[in-house]
Design a protein around this ligand. Sequence first.
Ligand code: ZN
Length: 447
Amino acid sequence: VKWWCEWAWLGGPEAAGDVLLTADAGRWTAVDVGVTRPPDAEPLAGLVLPGLANTHSHAFHRGLRGRTQAGQGDFWTWRRDMYALADRLDPDSYRDLATAVYAEMTLAGFTAVGEFHYLHHDTGGRPYGDSNEMGRAPVEAAAAAGLRVALLDTCYLRGGFDSAELDPVQRRFSDGSADAWAERAASLADTVPAGDDVHVGAAIHSVRAVAPAELGVVAAWAKERGAPLHVHVSEQPAENEACRAATGRTPSLLLDDHGALGPSTTAVHATHLTDDDLSAIQASGTGVCLCPTTERDLADGIGPSAALAARSVPISLGTDSHAVIDGFEEARAVELDERLATGERGRHPPDALLAAATSGGAAALGWPEWGLVAGAPADAISVDMDSIRMAGFAPERAAAHVVFAASAADVLDVVVAGRPVVSEGRHLLVDDAATALRRILAELDDR
Ligand SMILES: [Zn+2]
């Protein structure tokens, strides 16, 4: 299959002109610049970019949009609303909701998602007949919506440092022990359809939810399988304080003590870090996933993105709670939040922000090759150059214009594994995703 682009971003500040992309068996086999369009090449209108990678998602949180933003309180009061929603989902509604949410993601230009999944069992904490019925739901949803998924099967065993007991609503998150988690996660990993569009990785919900003695079990599971390991880290100062009081260590250092940091690990949020935490993250090769639109919605704080970049820590991005699903907004927020926090501009070059939104996220989800380059998965998206927001575009400043001004609504075409999934802003696999989403959200509101 051949695609021809008037403009394509291949890295750096500028766009290249007249770019021919050739794909075979789901991968790019050639990327040629300055080529006249051959008659057998499909045109991709607009500015073509690599697929966006959504490194951190809880698909079901989409059910909170517009319902929790107006409330008062803090992260912990928001969490009560989130738990109430978690209590209303079963495998069918989880799959239907995730399918519509992933359709919204593909329409926004995401071609891969990392689903941080911890709704394992029924609301009483009993396994469904197939103990991975809930885990299969997002995998099936991603296939239906046409995007790649890394299902990050999450270990979640206790209510907090001072409570081995689970809150009733947390019971469905728990397998009882890390060994039982490992066994169930292995059976999921061994039975998902093989291929380059589904990965099964591991996650530690947080140092709150998994006791120190059990952190190493999850880390070893991921290491043995060469799978990504993700973990919520230091999103809230209260987590740091509780961790220090219980263990004498910060969350990052505790994870390091138990072998849970490393090049395959992604620390999600990493908002409130000490210098020692930053050093441990850097020395171990751990990456960090920032989720700025969620972190601002939940009043978490502004993460140390400039310090991470200065230490060459790999950065990725996620829409997390899906208060909005817009990869460009996520990318520019990293730089713009840094400006608000420091009074200085220009810590993150636009091309570095685009790399975080694309190849940085893909690497964190187990796709180390990514982008418009021979050998990488044949994913691409195009941004409408006729959109009012892109008026005044010049190829020499393409990265800056698209990062600081484009919106999810400007995404025209999405190609995944050489196959068109979105064309001219219309989803080709999910018919009328907005209506589907409206219906499932109304049903959940009524439950
Ligand atoms: Zn999260």
